[in-house]
Design a binder for this molecule. Structure first.
Ligand code: PGA
Length: 247
């Protein structure tokens, strides 16, 4: 059984005070939720304050990025050990905004995943095609390249894949459950080629304009095991509804 996972990706939003106010409102709601796993990824500057609030919560703290080196002259970068030190248990790697705005390559993403896993961080590894790639019929090809290169040399344990079609992120254009399921089933088949039976245990999240209104339809699909949520995770009320999608 794959436990549903709902993850909040706050991107470049929220000050420390805003992070604390969100968690004060949100954490009591998940205090005794055990049938859904919850991950929250604030910006770096809020991590330690969030860790303090989340100490006795079942919700896990995640970063949104990591650098592959251990330490040294890498201005502006943060290592996996530093994330652990700040209280993180997970990290998002390969988000499309990092791939397309910050020009991260599959090779860089692969190194980041290796570094994160070496330190025991759970990895939310993001993949997904651009609109032009979907329209050109290249979705599966793009997913195969991203998964093969991103996960090269990496064991299955501690990996969560997030399918985030770039055309659906922050646009209000959610993939239909059918479109998302088709991509998720393909991703699981790629994972099965690589990991065999272990692919059945791996969680594949959907991301891209997930809201309290559309989450139930997505979660009803057999290969959709959770959601990575941007915009709708910024308000405690809305993220609470997402976490309680079944009720
Ligand atoms: P969105 O973002 O929910 O605002 O579309 C999702 C993501 O980028 O992870």
């Amino acid at each position: 059984m794959r436990k549903p996972l709902i993850a909040a990706n706050w991107k470049m939003n929220k000050t420390i005070a805003e992070t604390q106010a969100f968690l004060d409102a949100f954490l009591p709601v998940v205090a005794d939720v055990s049938d859904v796993e919850v991950i929250i990824a604030p910006p770096f500057t809020s991590l330690t304050a969030a860790a303090e609030k989340m100490k006795s919560s079942p919700a896990k703290l995640s970063a949104q990025n990591v650098f592959h080196e251990e330490k040294g002259a890498f201005t502006g970068e943060v290592s996996a050990a530093m994330l652990i030190d700040a209280g993180c248990e997970a990290v998002i790697i390969g988000h499309s905004e990092r791939r397309h705005i910050l020009k991260e390559t599959d090779e860089a993403i692969n190194k980041k995943i290796k570094a994160a896993r070496a330190h025991g961080l759970e990895v939310i590894f993001c993949v997904g095609e651009l609109l032009a790639e979907r329209e050109a019929g290249k979705t599966n090809e793009v997913l195969r390249t991203q998964i093969t290169a991103g996960l090269a040399g990496i064991p299955a344990e501690g990996i969560v894949v997030a399918y985030e079609p770039v055309w659906a992120i922050g646009t209000g254009k959610t993939a239909s459950p059918e479109t998302a399921q088709e991509a998720h089933a393909f991703i699981r088949s790629l994972l099965a080629e690589k990991y065999g039976n272990a692919a059945q245990q791996l969680r594949i999240l959907y991301g891209g304009s997930v809201t309290p209104e559309n989450i139930a339809g997505l979660m009803a699909c057999p290969d959709i095991d959770g959601a990575l949520v941007g915009g709708a995770s910024l308000k405690p009320e809305s993220f609470m509804q997402l976490v309680q999608f079944k009720r």
